[in-house]
Write a protein that binds this ligand. Structure first.
Ligand code: ADP
Ligand code: GLC
Length: 481
């Protein structure tokens, strides 16, 4: 066995395979395995939401606290699917009906306390270690739910442990009323604009951004965008002030789970046997109740929210459908966007199919069968589905923003001539540009030789974790340096 270079405690509100509402969970769940290849050991601390403790193999109590924001708490260490997990069991905070953040569409009123508690325990473990003798050198917090962890570590006095915060989405900032300062165990002396205070409230994300030793985000372009008012969502000044400590490290995807050659329930294919994708297309059309689609069959697999630009799709459909295109949508989210998608299916029977829901297995079959994947996001810190698209030769049509801009090489004349093109990137994110991109998609799809060449280039792109895990490992080494 090779020697471990160091140990990292990762703290987050979700992690595959135990709980996922978005790409955050994929990334938090993938990093430990990716970092093991770089000789860094990572353990993940997350809340023991209802039902999770029973899924932990070999559970062992490794930490006990006194009162944790109104009740008792312990940390259980164990393993799930090869992942070394630490579950914070605090029934008064996490053992309840609903999802991780809300019940019946309403956020839990005590979310500030729930994730402050998670962050508090992370900082305690970072400082004092676990009962099994394990102690990290790095505390790595994700998003606002982990944001207070670097802050508690810093405000608790000198420590050798270094901290990193990763911004997966700056739209969620973890605001709490100033009156909660004491209840959240935060020092009143830090309630000012250079620290915890954000326009009269406490901001858990800002607290992490000002106290962590390093800030990362999930693509280089988003790292640059975050310093602009259009993307920084009020925190652009805070990020810009720490520009020297900010790094954009692109996410990877799990190339074993996402592999068209080993996909269950589809005809396997790879870059040399692209013809076999046609059978998956036929099956996908049938699964969505669609008839013949002479042009490109596009898919959307997404949360249906404003961030994702879903509202831009209905206005461009008449032209796309008239040009021969088809669309299959899988997603859940805002009721008005769900209704808009249902409306599109009703307006174009046989050409547009919609499934409202969350269905991992179906999403795989969609990537295996479709020609293109649409990601018209207004902002996209990284985005994973365009990378699934690359891997499956399902060419991405993306807004040129954040990680989408960093992963897709648009089919410009030069990129086509050199064989570098992997999809279509459009700008700005509006219906005009999306409509133009779809017109381009129809044209490219009608040229089978060029289309297949793009598919093969797309399928060769390095969308795994190798480069990014090395970048995280380098950052940890620098911090420990
Ligand atoms: P975000 O985290 O902003 O939602 P990402 O692209 O980073 O965006 O990650 C979204 C993840 O969730 C991807 O793995 C995607 O395939 C998955 N996903 C989103 N909606 C659905 C759905 N309705 N069914 C299955 N998987 C979904
Ligand atoms: C967030 C972002 C998404 C990113 C994911 C994982 O949910 O919206 O772009 O891929 O986090 O980092």
């Amino acid at each position: 066995m090779r020697a471990v270079k160091g140990r990292v405690l990762s703290v987050a509100s979700e992690c595959v395979p135990l709980l996922k509402t978005g790409g955050l969970a994929d990334v938090v769940g993938a990093l430990p395995k990716a970092l093991a290849g770089q000789d860094w050991q990572m353990r993940v601390l997350m809340p023991a939401y209802r039902g999770l403790v029973g899924r932990l193999n070999g559970a062992e109590e490794v930490w006990t606290g006194g009162d944790l924001f109104g009740g008792p708490a312990i940390v259980l260490a164990g393993e799930v699917d090869g992942l070394d997990l630490l579950l914070l069991s605090a029934p008064h905070l996490y053992d309840r009906d609903g999802g991780a953040y809300s019940v019946a569409g309403a956020d839990f009123a005590d979310n500030p306390e729930r994730f402050a508690a998670l962050s508090w325990v992370a900082a305690e473990i970072a400082r004092d270690g676990l009962g099994d003798g394990w102690r990290p050198q790095i505390l790595h917090a994700h998003d606002w739910q982990g944001g207070l962890a670097p802050a508690y570590l810093r405000y608790g006095g000198a420590s050798e442990v270094k901290s990193v915060i990763t911004v997966h989405n700056i739209a969620f900032q973890g605001l709490a009323p100033a009156a909660k300062l004491g209840a959240l165990r935060l020092p009143a002396s830090e309630f000012h604009p250079s620290a915890l205070e954000y326009y009269g409230n406490i901001s858990a994300l800002k607290a992490g951004l000002v106290t962590a030793d390093a800030i990362t985000t999930v693509s280089p372009t988003y790292a640059d965008e975050l310093m602009r008012p259009e993307f920084g969502m009020g925190l652009q000044g805070v990020i810009a002030a720490r520009a020297a400590k900010v790094r954009g490290i692109l996410n990877g995807v799990d190339t074993e789970a996402w592999d068209p050659a080993r996909e269950v329930g589809t005809v396997p294919y790879d870059a040399r046997r692209l013809g076999r994708k046609a059978e998956n297309r036929t099956r996908l059309l049938a699964e969505f109740g669609l008839g013949e689609v002479p042009g490109p069959l596009a898919i959307v697999v997404s949360r249906l929210t404003d961030q994702k630009g879903i509202d831009l799709i209905p206005p461009v459909l008449p032209d796309f459908i008239a040009a021969g295109g088809g669309l299959a949508v899988l997603g859940t989210g805002d009721p008005h966007l769900e209704a808009a998608m249902r409306g599109a299916a009703a307006a174009y029977p046989g050409r547009v199919g919609v499934r409202i829901g969350y269905d991992e297995a179906l999403s795989h079959r969609m990537f295996a069968g479709a020609d293109a994947v649409l990601v018209p996001s207004r902002f996209e810190p990284c985005g994973l589905t365009q990378m699934y698209g690359l891997r499956y030769g399902t060419l991405p049509v993306v807004a040129a923003t954040g990680g989408l801009a960093d992963t897709v090489v648009t089919a410009s004349p030069m990129a086509l001539a050199t064989g570098a093109a992997t999809g279509i990137a459009f700008h700005p994110t509006d219906a005009l540009a999306l409509g133009q991109a779809l017109r381009r998609l129809v044209q490219l799809h009608a040229q089978p030789v060029q289309w297949a060449a793009m598919q093969r280039t797309a399928m060769r792109q390095p969308v795994g974790w190798e480069t990014s895990s090395a970048a995280y490992a380098a950052l940890y080494s620098e911090l420990c340096g």
